[in-house]
Ligand binder design. Structure first.
Ligand code: SAM
Length: 284
């Protein structure tokens, strides 16, 4: 398997030539979700097909970049809530994405020193940047695992995970803007349920998911643009998103538009301006 060490010369090097990326298994000829999202967030790890897809989606939904930032803002509030209010000291961040500060370990560490974080993604380009995620204080620890969330048993048995997280103690499971990349046929609900069953009582789930509920016509165009570019992108309704929380106890306000989930300061004038549902829950 490719290790993050193999990428030492590429990590953080936006100037690396395309062929160098390809040598490490990064297919730069087609758009990929991590890099399209990086483009929207203003990052530098994206290639012409990613930017073309990003712009095609932006044509259907002009505020998509602001929405990506609202999704990240939810992640920040949810991680802080888990660390400060739910006593979570270890996190499993599935579908990490290309590092974008503040990353989970930075938020958790600021809220509660000594936190442990395992990052997981299946895109080699995220692996290439893993070293940026593995910077922690002496008291804390972060690890990166190159793995598919579709294999929860393998993931939970991975020595890098078991040597970082104590699976006898509550874990904060993060699935932020990732499950829309898993088709219904691959049973994303079953994968979340398998992780729920394997984690101890008191563990928490924080999840966001894009939806067609607030603007069906534009989001249908987004899904069509993704399909045309060969990307799986499945927006889901509130009921479909709520099913990910089966067997968990939702924390107030439940499944809500991300902008309306415990906003810092004044509630937003239009919480439906970002087309994502989000929620946080605790395993009884
Ligand atoms: C849109 S990005 C979201 C990144 C980050 N969670 C956030 O919200 O800012 C989705 C990430 O999930 C990863 N991903 C997609 N399918 C995955 C899978 N089956 N297993 C692991 N990671 C996956 C992609 O490579 C990408 O980095």
């Amino acid at each position: 398997m490719t290790s993050s060490q193999d990428f030492a010369d590429l990590s953080g090097n936006a100037a690396a030539g395309l062929s160098e990326w390809e040598r490490f298994g990064v297919d730069t000829s087609a758009p990929h979700s991590a890099r399209v999202y990086d483009y929207w967030l203003g990052g530098k790890t994206n290639f012409p097909p990613d930017r073309a897809m990003g712009r095609a989606i932006e044509e259907a939904v002009p505020s998509v970049k602001a929405m990506a930032k609202e999704n990240r803002a939810f992640q920040g509030r949810a991680v802080r809530h888990l660390a400060e209010q739910q006593g979570i000291r270890q996190f499993l961040d599935l579908g990490t994405g290309i590092p974008t500060s503040p990353n989970t370990h930075e938020i958790a560490e600021a809220a509660s020193p000594g936190t442990r974080v395992v990052y997981v993604d299946n895109d080699p380009i995220v692996l290439a940047h893993a070293r940026a995620l593995m910077v922690s204080t002496p008291a804390s620890r972060t690890t990166y695992i190159h793995q598919d969330l579709g294999k929860p048993d393998e993931l939970l048995a991975d020595p890098a995970l078991t040597s970082t997280l104590d699976l006898g103690r509550p874990v904060g499971l993060l699935m932020i803007a990732v499950l829309m990349l898993v088709a219904d046929e691959a049973d994303p609900w079953g994968k979340v349920a398998a992780l729920r069953d394997a984690l101890p009582s008191g563990s928490c789930l924080a999840l966001t998911h894009p939806t067609q509920d607030f603007d069906p016509e534009s989001v249908a165009k987004v899904a069509e643009a993704a399909r045309a570019g060969g990307m799986t992108l499945v927006p889901r309704t509130r009921d479909e998103v709520a099913r990910f929380f089966d067997g968990w106890e939702l924390i107030e306000p439940g499944v809500a538009p991300v902008m309306a989930w415990r906003p810092d300061g004044e509630p937003p004038a239009d919480p439906h301006a970002a087309y994502y549902w989000g929620g946080v829950a605790r395993k009884p």
